[in-house]
Design a protein. Structure first.
Length: 527
């Protein structure tokens, strides 16, 4: 539950308080006092009531009670003199008198990385905030261990785990951490409880793959990450041709172990079109291992492998769609020329939709193409289709935020980008998600928050031009021309051909948004 009042947002479950977009550190008793007053705002709360609810009935002095009420007022921008929000009623108690709106959709509240005194730099290095557990069963599928003698088969075991993850992601009653965050633990001896805390999950799937000749052995196990108990384990032996059936069996067993009543009610099945050729799947898995690394060279390598897969199976929807998305991303990252990348992305997205309209990657690719055409309502519809097919599709969720921003719905755009960050807390795309949230806050006029988000994106990936563009524009509009010019110098280092003409041609903004963004960069000194 969230309480929204004045310029504040208080999230009960996460124990977070925001004023504007800035987190406010509050002591636990002060936070509990605020929650109690907000929950009982229809009446005067007596001293005895507060002591019973906040202090559990323990004896508390008048001065302690008064200091906590004053601290609560200060935290939300009120004071004992003004009493705009928390009013003292003589000899009766206190009452929250501000206008309050209650919201239950926890995803709409921006993440609060410094709430309750959290300092990500307190140990001398950056430590991301640890997410709260969602209401749905939350699962991380770790990369399966390659047990084959050939280290070149690493992509194969990665592909097995990624397919299982994708199948689980299509089930709405699960919250599945995105591939890139789960794969951050690849090859690292990390305790399961640490993984659970860092990703905000209750369950972890792990396993191994041994491929030899024409046969494959897959082991998988489901663990309760909080207790370390193994809930289910199985081994599958068979011919390579049976690998897709084995993946489906593993996914089905995980669903049955976690949600048996839903499994029975929904009669779960994988609901996917497997490629015609295992060789094509093999090439796509190799391509994805490059795609997610998010470098110019890796995207070129991914595209070459995807083209080979499509040559084998021209109707392989995921191969076509990932190739389309790669061209689109390369275009916006200034790695590819728009004149060739945009038609290629369009052609491949349309082919992916023809091959399989129910593939979330195909819908995502089509949404990105519509966005590049400036057909924003069509783009939003396709993004929403992709997310209905796979609610845990982090990169689609982040890109959806950009489309929302382009149609003026910047608050929803920022929230969507932050949901993507929650879906994948350890993701190479996090730099992009931060940039999208910064873009949204920029068009909302929240330049300080836009600068903070852009800086975080730069910290994560100093080789991406998009966050330098946003930091430059936001600093210029905030009046910090020194920072704007310094950021522009960094932007020119990363993207030497940057110009106002390039931006006008390549950013699919509406006329008013385009002029605002170009004016901001013009103020910074870009020509």
């Amino acid at each position: 539950m969230q309480f929204l009042f004045a310029d504040c947002a208080l999230h009960v479950k996460r124990r977070e308080l925001l004023r504007g977009s800035a987190p406010v550190a509050v002591a636990p008793q002060v936070f509990d006092l605020l929650v109690h007053l907000l929950g009982n705002r229809d009446r005067v709360v007596s001293k005895d009531d507060l002591i019973a609810s906040v202090w559990g009935g323990r004896i508390v002095s008048e001065s302690t009670l008064a200091s906590r009420i004053n601290a609560a007022r200060k935290a939300i921008g009120d004071s004992g003199d003004e009493q705009r929000l928390i009013r003292t009623v003589q000899r009766k108690g206190v009452r929250f008198v501000g206008a309050v709106r209650v919201r239950t959709d926890e995803e709409q509240l921006p993440l609060c990385p410094r709430a309750n005194g959290y300092d990500p730099w307190k140990n001398g290095h950056f430590e991301p905030p640890r997410p709260a557990l969602p209401d749905r069963p939350a699962i991380a599928v770790l990369p399966f261990t390659n047990m084959s003698d050939d280290p070149e088969q690493e992509y194969f075991s990665d592909g097995i785990s990624e397919d299982i993850m994708t199948a689980l992601s299509k089930l709405r009653w699960f919250f599945v951490i995105s591939r890139n965050s789960s794969f951050a633990y690849k090859g690292k001896p990390v305790h399961m409880r640490q993984i659970a805390e860092e990703l905000g999950v209750g369950y972890v799937v792990e396993g191994s793959v041994r491929k030899s000749g024409g046969r494959v052995r897959i082991t998988a196990q489901l663990n309760d990450a909080r207790t370390g108990n193994q809930l289910w384990a199985e081994r599958y032996d068979g011919a390579l041709a049976d690998v897709f059936a084995a993946q489906d069996e593993i996914t089905q067993a995980i669903v049955a172990a976690l949600e048996p009543q839903l499994y029975v009610a929904e009669n779960f099945r994988a609901r996917r079109k497997s490629p015609e050729s295992l060789d094509a799947w093999d090439l796509v898995m190799r391509a994805l291992s490059h795609f997610w690394l998010m470098t110019r060279e890796d995207h070129a390598a991914a595209q070459a492998l995807l083209e080979q897969a499509i040559a084998i199976d021209p109707n392989y929807a995921q191969a076509l769609a990932v190739l389309s998305v790669s061209h689109g991303f390369g275009m916006h990252a200034a790695w590819e020329d728009r004149a060739t990348a945009a038609p290629a992305a369009e052609r491949e997205a349309l082919a992916a939709i023809r091959a399989d309209r129910d593939d979330p990657w195909a819908r995502f690719a089509m949404a990105a193409v519509y966005r590049n055409w400036g057909r924003f309502e069509d783009s939003l519809a396709e993004f929403e289709s992709a997310l209905s097919l796979n609610p845990n599709f982090a990169v689609a969720q982040g890109s959806y935020g950009l489309a929302l921003t382009y149609v003026g719905r910047w608050q929803e755009g920022s929230a969507a980008a932050r949901r993507a960050l929650r879906l994948s807390p350890r993701d190479p795309f996090s730099a992009i998600f931060n940039g999208i949230a910064a873009h949204a806050e920029f068009f909302g006029g929240n330049y300080d928050e836009a600068m903070r988000l852009a800086r975080e994106g730069i910290r994560q990936r100093p080789d991406f031009a998009v966050n330098y563009r946003q930091l430059t524009a936001s600093a210029a509009m905030a009046g910090d021309l020194e920072l704007a010019r310094a950021s522009l110098a960094d932007l020119r280092r990363v993207q030497p051909d940057i110009s106002l003409a390039w931006l006008a041609k390549n950013l699919p903004l509406g006329p008013a948004q385009r002029e605002l963004f170009l004016e901001a960069l013009r103020r910074a000194g870009l020509e």
